[in-house]
Design a protein around this ligand. Structure first.
Ligand code: PBG
Length: 321
């Protein structure tokens, strides 16, 4: 008889044959930075996650560094918004200030900046609006300006999240031309128009005031198209390919891992985080086990890197084991 149970007898042997594990080295922690003073406001739909202003953020960053989390992903919330999101390419914009602050005070922390417009536009869309839709090529011009400004501020990596056609090549050319040929780009290569982003939009004040994002983000049922999106980003020079969200798209993560010879990241998004937090607050599930089981499933699917609001919780758990 085939006896697969022999290798499950106790925890020692299970540890020896375990195929996938999440480590702190895999994690990127998203941080929300709001323009202003003395801000530390909990995001109601994301228990444990706060928005900070620059004068209160050190507490959070001290913890991230102490927990040995390698990288943070920055999202800015500006004091004022406009049509085009011009704060994104202002060298004194909120994210630029944050990048300079972190690189100066926490030089060992790797800083990735989200490159997008939706938190900065008064309509909440990810670019310039013409005829009630995001104008792709008009937005690319601003995307290049934003990228250069973040590069100048000292970001270690840029991550464009707007799902515009040609974003990667536009950024790569602008960066190379200005001498930033060593600055990597992580493409939000396969980003779906997902309802799982709900809590993030509360967090970042980025809900569109009209319409939705379906003309630029991908249609959730599509798998072949995901390959196409990743293929273009790969060709255009993305250094890392990302799938977002993670849990409902594990098949896509596996596809990309098998099909592309580049590191694959996934974004364990706000809704995935909030569901686990909410259920565990009711004592309906065991939070730590469900957290680890979900994150491990992303590794098993093929993710090399996981962007997650659980990063600190995971690091605390693993450091205490
Ligand atoms: C901005 C952006 C979004 C997220 C990351 N970058 C929201 C969106 O596309 O509406 C979602 C992150 C999350 O839900 O955790 N383009």
């Amino acid at each position: 008889m085939n006896r697969t149970r022999r290798l499950r007898k106790n925890e020692n042997i299970r540890r020896l044959v375990r195929e996938n594990r999440v480590t702190v080295d895999d994690l990127i922690y998203p941080i929300f930075i709001e323009e202003g003073n003395q801000i530390e406001s909990e995001i109601e739909s994301m228990p444990g996650i706060n928005r900070y202003s620059l004068d209160t953020i050190s507490k959070e960053l001290d913890e991230v560094v102490a927990l040995k989390i390698p990288a943070v992903l920055l999202f800015g919330i500006p004091a004022s918004k406009d049509d085009e999101g011009s704060n994104t390419w202002d060298d004194n914009g909120i994210v630029q200030q944050a990048i300079r602050f972190i690189k100066k005070n926490y030089p060992g922390l790797y800083v990735i900046s989200d490159i997008c417009f939706c938190e900065y536009t008064n309509h909440g869309h990810c670019g310039v609006i013409h005829d009630n839709d995001v104008d792709n090529d008009a937005t690319l011009i601003n995307l290049a300006k934003q990228s250069l400004s973040h590069a100048k501020a000292g970001a270690d990596m840029l991550a464009p999240s707007g799902m515009l056609d040609g974003a990667i090549i536009t950024m790569r050319e602008a960066l190379d031309h200005a001498g930033y040929y060593d600055l990597p780009i992580m493409g939000y290569s396969v980003k779906f128009a997902s309802a799982f982003y709900g809590p993030f939009r509360d967090a970042a004040d980025s809900t569109p005031t009209f319409g939705d994002r379906r003309t630029y983000q991908m249609d959730p049922p599509n798998r072949d198209e995901a390959h196409r999106e990743a293929f273009y980003d790969d060709q255009e020079g993305a250094d890392i390919l990302m799938v977002k969200p993670a849990l409902s798209y594990l098949d896509i993560i596996r596809d990309l891992k098998d099909q592309f010879d580049k590191p694959i990241a996934c974004y364990n998004v706000s809704g995935e985080y909030s569901m686990i937090k909410a259920a565990s607050m009711q004592d309906w599930i065991d939070e730590k086990r469900v957290m680890m089981e979900s994150l491990t499933s992303m590794k098993r699917a093929g993710a090399d890197i996981i962007i997650t609001y659980f990063a600190k919780d995971v690091a605390k758990l693993l450091n205490n084991e």
